[in-house]
Design a protein around this ligand. Structure first.
Ligand code: ADP
Ligand code: ADP
Length: 227
C-alpha cells in the first residue's frame, strides 16, 4: 500500500469569536514511497492545518491518517518535520543540533553522529560541525534544520514553507539541493509552498488546494525532466 494514506479527513476549529471554522473538508490523498508531493494554495486553505495533523501535533475532527500502515496518534519518529524558520539551539554546535532528535529519543549516539556527519556533508556543511548557529547564514541554518529532520532516518519528511524566509537566489539553490538530497536518500517528501513555480519544479505531483472549506481542488501529475 501507499506510505501515507489520508482519507475523508475533516478539521473543524471551534473558536470563540468566529464559531466553527471548517478548515479541511474531505481530504483524500495517497503518497507512494519515494514520491515528492507539493501542496500549494492561497493563505487560509488549510495547508498548515493538514501538516500539523500529519505531524501528529493537531487532532483531526474526522477521517483517517495512516503512515506506514499505522494511524497517526501523536508525534512519531517515522516522520521528520522542517518548518519555515529553523529553531536551532544557540548554545549547541551544528552537529549537536542535528543530533537532538537522537538524543531526545535515546538512540545510539555513535550511529547518530555518523549519520549527522554524512548528512551535513551531503548538504555542503562539511567543516561546519563545530560552529554555532549564529555563525551560519540563514540558508545554512535551514540546511542544519533539514539534517536534523533526517537524522533518525524517517520514512517521511514534511516541510512547511521551508525556504520561505530566504532570499530568491538562496531559495533556488536550496530547492536544487533538496532534489539532490531526495534522490540520493530515496526520501518521501511532502512540501507546502505558496509558490506555484516552486511546487511544479520540485514535485512528482502537485496538490492544489482551495479555501472555504479547505479542500483539494486538483492533483496535477508533473511530467517534466528534473535537473
Ligand atoms: P499561516 O497562514 O502561514 O499558517 P497564520 O498567520 O494564518 O499563518 O497563522 C499563524 C498561527 O495562528 C497558526 O499556528 C494558525 O494555526 C493559527 N491561527 C490561524 N488562524 C487562526 C484563528 N482564526 N484563530 C486562532 N488561531 C489561528
Ligand atoms: P494555510 O496554512 O493554508 O494558510 P491554515 O491551516 O493556517 O491555512 O488555516 C486554515 C483555516 O483555519 C483558516 O481559515 C484559519 O483562519 C483557520 N485556523 C487555522 N488555525 C486555527 C486555529 N488554531 N483556530 C481557529 N482557526 C484556525
Amino acid at each position: 500500500g501507499p506510505l501515507v494514506r489520508i482519507s475523508a479527513l475533516e478539521k473543524i476549529y471551534a473558536t470563540r469569536d468566529k464559531g466553527n471554522v471548517h478548515a479541511l473538508h474531505d481530504i483524500r490523498l495517497d503518497v507512494a514511497d519515494g514520491e515528492f508531493i507539493t501542496i500549494v494554495g492561497p493563505s487560509g486553505c488549510g495547508k498548515s492545518t493538514l501538516l500539523k495533523i500529519l505531524a501528529g501535533i493537531l487532532d483531526k475532527s474526522a477521517g483517517q491518517v495512516e503512515i506506514a500502515g499505522r494511524a497517526v496518534e501523536g508525534p512519531n519518529r517515522d516522520l521528520g518535520v522542517v518548518f519555515q524558520a529553523p529553531v536551532l539551539l544557540p548554545w549547541r554546535s551544528v552537529i549537536e543540533n542535528v543530533m537532538v532528535p537522537a538524543i531526545v529519543q535515546k538512540s545510539d549516539l555513535g550511529a547518530a553522529r555518523q549519520r549527522a556527519q554524512r548528512l551535513l556533508t551531503m548538504v555542503g556543511l562539511d567543516g561546519f560541525e563545530d560552529k554555532y548557529p549564529r555563525e551560519l547564514s540563514g540558508g545554512m541554518q535551514q540546511r542544519v534544520g533539514i539534517c536534523r529532520a533526517l537524522v533518525q532516518d524517517p520514512a517521511f519528511l514534511l516541510m512547511d514553507e521551508p525556504f520561505g524566509a530566504l532570499d530568491a537566489m538562496t531559495r533556488e539553490t536550496m530547492n536544487m539541493e533538496l532534489l539532490r538530497l531526495w534522490k540520493s536518500l530515496g526520501a518521501t517528501i511532502l512540501l507546502v509552498t505558496h509558490s506555484i513555480p516552486e511546487a511544479v519544479f520540485l514535485a512528482d505531483r502537485v496538490v492544489v488546494m482551495s479555501p472555504r472549506p479547505g479542500r483539494i481542488a486538483e492533483v496535477i501529475e508533473v511530467d517534466l525532466p528534473r535537473p
